[in-house]
Design a protein around this ligand. Structure first.
Ligand code: GLN
Ligand code: ZN
Length: 761
């Protein structure tokens, strides 16, 4: 049996690529030095990949910023506002990051992952300006003397992720509506397809033997018409290509149009994800697999950091072999490996040994695929299994039991919203159009330095705590001065809203070097949920209580919700995701009750990643939303009716999920409204939303101080639509990335807006 892998991380074992590119941006190193360093990173990763004894070694899977942007610049899909930049590298980075004159291209999430790509802005008129796959192929051949398989995003997926604009001469572009886009979709796809065809012709000329097109968009909800467009496009792409094996890889989900795609797509092989769930195997059993194609079987996870269970995989492969001849199977990872950190090695001595025994990152995946090949081709004995024994070490029976009960229970608050909201407002003694903020205040250099010093052990816990208290005190004084109605403590003790809680909860681990690319040069270290979750002691009560003592105004308790904590972490696969959410929810609930006991009257439970966990396929979304809502409700269903529960989500696409947002039954939800100029409220109007809404009138993503009139306009739109007694006024997200100099005047204006509203309505 043959093997391949794809998507090995690009960032370097110690984030060398990030460092090189950022130094270049800062002008600390020259372009040549940066490119030299980048090449070294690529050489290192290629060496490791080659070492895995693969039959198809990938190339062209390295990128200085983003692999979607690489396609845009390859086919000259460069928005007008960047076209005057003559240097191609400068233009490339300008599209990603913007310049003084030209705002950056939009960036958005890549499928249901935490990778972000640069959204193509298409107007048509594509041409092949740089055959990157050809260059990468040549480079690998010269450097290592080997044949490689260039990998790039397929034309269909590229189009599916693009925004379509009217072609215009000036820099002003008109974004087209969805309906118009669907009309343009086909012609634009065919245009891109013919550029891809030209690229393949040049590769064929060169003697390239195989090419991989990544087409994860094939797992989305596609109707037959879209699939036949896809097939027609591939006819254009592969026209006259007789000597190259063309592989189309799908991943992150199963193929719903399995039969049509596998039979009719005019390519040499199809990659299927057998790890994400059992559906592709079911499809294979039902429809078989065409004899003229290879099956690239994704059997080793690209998304989860857990060790492969060889026996399980061997059983899976035995099943697959019943439907596809052995010599037509190519074993592979299921999804790109860049979702994983580079290596487990640096974690030895840092993480618990039992946990290390469960982990497998990108380097370990390469090793696994090598061993798998030996097991299957040479009859090597699968390494012994200790995985279950290791997992058992992290079991908490009490938590398991508590979670079991939940499915049988109805989780809701004892009083209806109407009843409790009236009582809450009386008890809080706050005016109409109450003003508040989302939680964090500016994290100044001083704050970050002190936290780092404390982590390094350079200052004592006492020194650190008294520093944090000082910051809280200042923040409270500022809020008094500004005349806000509901205060926050400022979150100075938190670097990150998930990490902070993960570090205090049982069942979470934090790596030392487990960096994963989030976008461009930005990397994150996702927490790893490896065991049952519980809360050994209060996590936030001390700080909130302290803040509350300093003022008569209510101070909000500030927590991160279970769905967000889960969606931003690596999580275990041995129990359902829902159960992990419930476990976290129960831990958060303990904190909520402790805050309530400490006299805190408002508790905000942030869920900015609530929508992010939405499954790719519509038919699976309801199930997710049901348990996600339940997890949120679990955190607070046992509070007194006078305790007010807030939540926060910082985005504006609520249309499809508004019903579930409502069912979360938070007393107040704060949302982003500034960038859409308040239009978002219409989703709430259509639904007749009748709980509290905090309208995010201040765009915190910009350093700009919004004038009173601007914020007032957004707020007034809301007043037209929503019961005025339910409206709160706030910024659209936390202020942690801003400077005090911007925040103070902006909040002052915001408070004026509320005063005007109170007089007028
Ligand atoms: N309470 C958090 C803050 O203010 C919320 C952050 C977020 O929504 N991303 O920083
Ligand atoms: Zn936010």
């Amino acid at each position: 049996m043959k093997t391949t892998v794809f998507g090995y991380p690009k960032i370097g074992a110690n984030r060398e690529l990030k460092k090189a590119v950022e130094s270049y941006w800062k002008g600390e190193i020259s372009k040549e030095e940066m490119l030299q360093k980048a090449e070294e990173v690529n050489v290192e990763r290629m060496k490791k990949v080659i070492n895995a004894d693969l039959d198809y070694v990938p190339s062209n899977d390295f990128s200085l910023y983003d692999f979607v942007l690489d396609v845009s610049t390859m086919i000259d899909a460069v928005p007008h506002r960047f076209q005057h930049i003559t240097d191609s590298l400068d233009r490339y980075f300008a599209m990603a990051r913007g310049t003084d004159k030209a705002p950056a291209c939009e960036m958005t999430k890549w499928f249901d992952t935490n990778y972000h790509y640069i959204v193509p802005e298409l107007t048509g008129g594509f041409k092949l300006v740089k055959n990157r796959p050809l260059q990468s192929y040549r480079w690998a051949k010269e450097r290592f003397g080997i044949e490689t398989k260039p990998v790039l995003v397929g034309a269909f997926t590229y189009l599916m992720l693009s925004k379509v604009y009217e072609r215009q001469e000036g820099s002003l572009l008109v974004n087209m509506t969805k309906a118009e886009k669907s009309e343009k979709f086909k012609p634009l796809l065919f245009e891109v397809a013919s550029v891809y065809n030209q690229m393949l012709k040049e590769l064929q000329q060169e003697g390239v033997k195989a090419v991989q097109f990544d087409e994860p968009a094939l797992v989305l909800d596609l109707d037959e018409e879209k699939v036949s467009t896809l097939i027609d496009a591939y006819k254009v792409i592969t026209e006259g290509i007789t000597d190259i094996e063309i592989f189309v890889h799908t991943y992150y989900e199963s193929l719903d149009q399995f039969e049509m795609i596998t039979r009719k797509l005019p390519v040499s092989g199809i990659g299927l994800d057998f790890v994400v769930n059992g559906e592709n195997l079911e499809n294979l059993k039902r429809y078989g697999f065409p004899e003229d194609k290879k099956l690239i079987a994704g059997v080793i996870s690209g998304r989860y950091p857990w060790k492969t269970d060889y026996r399980e995989v061997v059983t899976l492969i035995e099943e697959i072999k019943k439907y596809v001849d052995e010599d037509r199977i190519v074993l592979s990872n299921s999804a790109p490996l860049f979702h994983l950190p580079v290596s487990v090695k640096p974690e030895k001595g840092h993480l618990d040994d039992s946990l290390i025994g469960l982990l497998s990152f990108a380097d370990e995946r390469l090793e696994e695929i090598k061993i798998l090949k030996q097991i299957l081709n040479e009859g090597k004995e699968p390494p012994s299994q200790t995985l279950q024994t290791l997992r058992d070490k992290f079991k908490n029976e009490a938590v398991r039991q508590a979670v079991k009960e939940i499915d049988r229970q109805e989780i809701k608050r004892a009083h209806s919203f109407k009843e409790r909201y009236r009582k809450q407002i009386e008890e809080l003694g706050i005016p109409r159009f109450p003003t508040t903020t989302i939680g964090s205040f500016p994290q100044t250099k001083e704050v970050r330095q002190m936290r780092a010093k404390f982590r390094r052990g350079e200052i004592s816990l006492q020194e650190y705590e008294s520093f944090i208290k000082e910051q809280i005190k200042k923040a409270v004084e500022i809020q008094e001065e500004l005349g806000l109605d509901v205060f926050v403590h400022g979150e100075f003790e938190r670097t990150d809203m998930v990490e902070f809680f993960g570090e205090k909860l049982e069942g979470f681990a934090f790596t030392k070097n487990g960096w994963v690319q989030s976008y461009g040069t930005r990397c994150v270290r996702p927490p790893i949920i490896y065991g049952d979750v519980s809360r050994p002691q209060p996590m936030t009560v001390e700080e909130i209580k302290y803040a509350q003592k300093l003022t008569d105004k209510p101070v909000k308790g500030m927590l991160t919700g279970p769905v967000t904590i889960l969606n931003w972490s690596f999580y275990r696969k041995d129990i359902p995701k829902k159960e992990i959410a419930y476990q976290i929810a129960l831990a958060i609930r303990e904190e909520v009750l402790d805050l309530e006991k400490a006299g805190i009257k408002i508790i905000q439970i942030d869920e900015p990643a609530f929508r992010e966990g939405l499954p790719l396929k519509k038919r699976k979304q309801e199930e997710y939303l049901n348990w996600a809502v339940k997890a949120f409700r679990l955190t607070n269903n046992t509070v007194k009716q006078t305790t007010q529960i807030h939540t926060h989500m910082c985005y504006s696409e609520f249309n499809e999920i508004i019903q579930w947002i409502y069912e979360m039954d938070a007393d107040v939800i704060s949302i982003e409204a500034s960038r859409s100029r308040g239009e978002i409220i219409q989703a709430f109007e259509r639904f007749n939303y009748d709980h509290g809404i905090g309208v995010g009138v201040y765009d915190i993503h910009s350093p700009r101080v919004p004038p009173v009139e601007e914020m007032l306009e957004i707020a007034e739109r809301t007043v037209q639509i929503i019961d005025k007694n339910l409206i709160w006024i706030n910024p659209d997200c936390g202020l942690k990335t801003r400077q005090w100099e911007e925040v103070m005047p902006a909040l002052k204006n915001m408070v004026s807006v509320a005063k005007i509203l109170r007089e007028k309505y």
